[in-house]
Design a protein around this ligand. Structure first.
Ligand code: SF4
Ligand code: SF4
Length: 394
């Protein structure tokens, strides 16, 4: 299919979409200083579990975006769900969204944010609530629609009574409408734990065609859906680039179409940062059915070791003589070399107490990665970033 570039997108009239559709309407779009009449095209909409929130299958992961004009273009294109976090860009990401949405009809969009739960702190409750309130202040909002506990790694956190008490309190106070969690690790077990607690309504998970645990994960997602949970997909584009040098972009449209084949995924939040990447995502959303060309392309990527996405299968952790947290280090590698987001990479590593020379002393790497990564090489290439002053990093 011909790619829809920005100029063509602006000129296109409403065309048929698929499934339940966002009603077409005409909107004013101001992009790169230009103002144009945009006939919104149709995007299929799905419901986010028992939250009842209805949203297009395409949403915006705002994490790396720092240009409000891209947010505006997304909003004017009919995207209604925007995903941020307390830690993104040291709070500037939430501030940008707050400035953008402050004069918008609150019913015209939904916002999700995330806060890490540091349960090892003696002051967990105070700190967690403080960060949630800081997020609301930055967003200039009385409430967020979805509040995630951010990047839950280990089983046991979601059912911690202190966390549950705080989440219920936030909801009772009206500061959060729906309770969720995000996770890259131990996903089937986390979903089952969340179901047991009965309080989690939304799960944000890494979900893409490369995952080796798909049958188990899809079965867990189905159990979650049966229990009323809504699912949002992230990391859909497996790191964003096809080659180790990070020069060739992954075809995001094919990746998204693969994700949307699963009707249990309500929406996906690709992290587009430019108009061209937004257009690529919209192209997918306007024609969401996967075709043979997409399948062939994705099949060709399955065995590409150069892809930057670590599946978080954790097989490497026990193989490493130093028990390094390799999956998280690989995620930091992807943030830097795939997303070109060096500061996020450093932030991710900073919490791991690494020294920048972490494989030193090993005579030969004992790790055999299921994705074919040369793990020690990647560790050597990324961990020194912890010693780079933040003001040098993008
Ligand atoms: S080289 Fe690094 S990753 Fe490999 S076993 Fe040693 S410490 Fe672990
Ligand atoms: S074995 Fe490879 S894919 Fe699996 S968690 Fe480790 S680095 Fe990631």
């Amino acid at each position: 299919m011909e790619k829809i570039n920005r100029r063509k997108f602006l000129g296109l009239s409403a065309l048929a979409g698929a499934g339940a559709l966002v009603a077409p309407q005409t909107a004013m779009a101001s992009v790169k200083g230009e103002t144009a009449m945009v006939e919104k095209q149709k995007m299929a909409i799905r419901t986010l579990g028992k939250t009842g929130l209805k949203m297009p299958i395409l949403s915006m992961g705002v994490m790396r975006a720092d240009n409000p004009a891209v947010v505006r273009a997304a909003y004017n294109s009919g995207i209604t769900f925007f995903d941020t976090a307390n830690g993104y860009q040291k709070g500037r990401n939430e501030e940008m969204l707050g400035e953008f949405f402050k004069d918008k009809d609150r019913k015209s969009f939904t916002i999700a944010t995330k806060v890490h739960a540091n349960l090892s702190s003696n002051n967990f409750e105070t700190e967690y609530e403080e960060q949630m309130n800081i997020s609301l202040r930055r967003l200039q909002m009385d409430y967020v629609d979805v509040f995630y506990t951010h990047a839950v790694e280990n089983v046991g956190i979601l059912s911690d009574p202190r966390l549950i008490k705080m989440l219920k309190k936030f909801k009772k106070e009206g500061k959060i409408k729906h309770i969720g969690f995000s996770t890259h690790a131990n996903k089937p077990a986390q979903i089952d734990e969340a179901i047991k607690t009965g309080i989690y309504e939304v799960c944000l998970i890494s979900y893409n065609f490369k995952l080796g645990i798909l049958p188990d994960l899809d079965a867990a997602i189905q159990r979650g859906v049966d229990a009323g949970m809504g699912f949002v997909a992230m990391k859909t584009m497996v790191g964003g680039v096809e080659d180790a040098e990070g020069k060739k972009q992954v075809d995001g449209a094919a990746c998204l179409r693969w994700v949307w084949q699963n009707p249990n995924i309500a929406t996906a939040i690709p992290g587009f940062t430019s108009f061209d990447l937004l257009d690529n995502c919209l192209e997918a959303a306007y024609r969401p059915e996967i075709d043979e060309a997409d399948k062939k392309y994705l099949a060709g990527l399955i065995d590409k070791n150069e892809l930057l996405y670590c599946q978080n299968c954790e097989q490497c952790v026990d193989q490493c003589t130093k028990n390094l947290p390799i999956p998280t280090i690989m995620r930091a590698y992807m943030y830097n070399y795939g997303y070109k987001h060096a500061s996020l990479s450093k932030e991710t590593l900073a919490s791991l107490a690494l020294n920048g020379n972490d494989c030193a002393g090993c005579t030969g790497c004992t790790v055999n990665c299921s994705s074919g990564f040369k793990v020690a090489e990647k560790i050597a290439a990324i961990t020194p970033i912890v010693n780079v002053p933040s003001y040098f990093l993008s």
